[in-house]
Design a protein around this ligand. Structure first.
Ligand code: 6AU
Length: 456
């Protein structure tokens, strides 16, 4: 393997960096322009680059390699050949026919994939690729980049928890070129001034999550549209899980915190004194305070039984619930029995320790959910395709777990990491000595986390 400096000088001769006055994609005027594609025209140099990049990853553990299209594709291919690591290919756009897959190649959910990028500026292309790859259940820990233009992208990705290994920074490149008399003192200064004065562009990266307004436009089910409308109107993404055992407690809490929430979530089968009168009162508070009624029944049986559980028995859930939860364990047909008016939220992934809802289960749950028109979203602990709303329980500002297997995260974490849409808070509110104050706190922190999420 040759030294980094030798590598750079050879690559420079191929014309990978030009000096002058260039308008970048972002509209910024730049005194240099980098294009690493010519390296692929020199097989020896491409091989050398592959070794340099693999060397950066020598302490990493990974099962697959994927290049960010298009410039990094030959680099990733060379690394795959050199290291014997299988390659997967990320499409820039779906084929629009056949499988419509965005990732080509053989891989299994749960495998770790290294991403390869040629030049990183804002990190936008990398973030798009990360989204697509993670959506398939693959894990990304390490990203290897040939050149960092030092304009915020690396910082953004590190903040999101990824390791970024870059072969060169632009400053290093210009210093080496100057040292080898390939750049004048004036050009060097000019570039350094440009680097110092150009604002970092992370703030301009469009968030990869959609806003509630954008999601409302995508959704066709009335319950999905309604919960998003309420969220926008009340500046809240908070669902209160009122897991209490008397109707009086539910009604009192609903009245007290109703202004801060988008829905009340219930486990009606834990209520001791259920009655039709209670349902009438609860519906009237829901109308007055503008929130939805969400029965967390977690149906999990064959269609015929679920239908009886939904429509019959003591609770007649179909008469009053706007939203219900259902497992997908009995397969797609079991979900087709619910009335089209109710919004179904499937359980794709649970918050409890050692849950059996692994990546593969979640993937199948999402596939089923996307096929049923009144499924509006899923309960999950990680990102979902933007066609489905994400409901995240296990949210608490004061605890990280309970003694019965529940795991908690903060609102900020579930927005930042998973791009959630709605947080579900139970004990954090109803067990508090001042539920109203606490609900306001969750409303505020959930909304701030959402605003932060859409602004990056
Ligand atoms: O904040 P907590 O832990 O007091 O309450 C969380 C609520 C409870 C759970 O039954 C429910 O959220 N839940 C769900 C749901 C909503 O389906 C799934 C899950 O994985 N974890 C979870 O806690 O009412």
């Amino acid at each position: 393997m040759i030294s980094k400096e030798e590598f750079l000088l050879k690559a420079y001769k191929l014309g990978i960096i030009k000096f002058g006055n260039f308008t970048l994609k972002s509209g910024i005027q730049s005194p240099f322009y980098v294009d690493l594609r010519p390296i692929a025209s020199d097989p020896e140099l491409l091989k050398e680059l592959s070794q340099q990049l693999l060397n950066l990853l020598k302490k990493s553990c990974y099962d697959l390699i994927c290049g960010v299209p298009y410039a990094a594709l030959p680099m990733a291919t060379a690394m795959s050949l050199d290291s014997g690591t299988p390659l997967i290919i990320k499409r820039k756009e779906s084929k629009g026919y056949g499988t419509k897959k965005m990732l080509e190649g053989i891989f299994k959910s749960g495998q770790t994939c290294v991403l390869v990028e040629d030049v990183i500026t804002s990190g936008k292309s990398l973030i798009e690729t990360i989204e697509e790859v993670e959506k398939e259940g693959l894990r990304i820990k390490d990203i290897v980049v040939v050149l960092d233009r030092e304009q915020g992208g690396v910082y953004l990705l590190k903040e999101k928890g990824y390791n970024v290994y870059n072969l060169f920074t632009i400053e290093e490149v210009v210093d080496l070129l100057y040292k080898n008399n390939l750049l004048s003192q004036e050009e060097l200064q000019n570039i350094k001034n440009f680097l110092k004065s150009t604002p970092i562009v992370t703030a301009q990266v469009k968030s990869s999550r959609l806003t509630y307004e954008e999601k409302a436009a995508l959704q066709s089910h009335p319950a999905a549209k309604k919960i998003l409308e309420i969220a926008i109107k009340k500046k809240s993404n908070l669902i209160a899980s009122l897991d209490v055992s008397t109707t009086q407690e539910v009604l009192q809490l609903a009245e007290t915190i109703g202004d801060t929430i988008v829905a009340v979530k219930l486990h009606t089968d834990i209520i001791k004194d259920f009655s039709e009168e209670y349902v009438i009162k609860l519906k009237s508070i829901a109308n007055k305070k503008n929130f939805l009624l969400f029965e967390d029944r977690k149906f999990g049986d064959i269609g015929n039984t679920q239908q009886m559980q939904f429509e019959g028995g003591l609770y007649k859930i179909s008469d009053w619930a706007d939203l219900i939860t259902s497992h997908v364990i009995a397969g797609e047909d079991s979900l087709k029995i619910f009335d089209s008016k109710v919004g179904i939220i499937t359980i794709a992934e649970m918050s409890s320790s050692a849950t059996l809802t692994d990546e593969n289960y979640k993937k199948r749950a999402i596939e089923i959910s996307e096929n049923i028109s009144n499924v509006i979203g899923c309960v999950a602990q990680s990102k979902l395709p933007s066609s489905l709303l994400l409901f995240t329980p296990g949210v608490n500002l004061n605890s990280i777990k309970d003694k019965k297997g529940q795991n908690f995260n903060t609102p900020e974490k579930v927005f930042d990491k998973n791009h959630t849409d709605f947080i579900i808070v139970g004990r954090g509110i109803y067990k508090s000595t001042d539920p109203k104050k606490e609900a306001l706190k969750y409303q505020k922190s959930g909304w701030e986390a959402y605003l932060k999420n859409i602004s990056i």
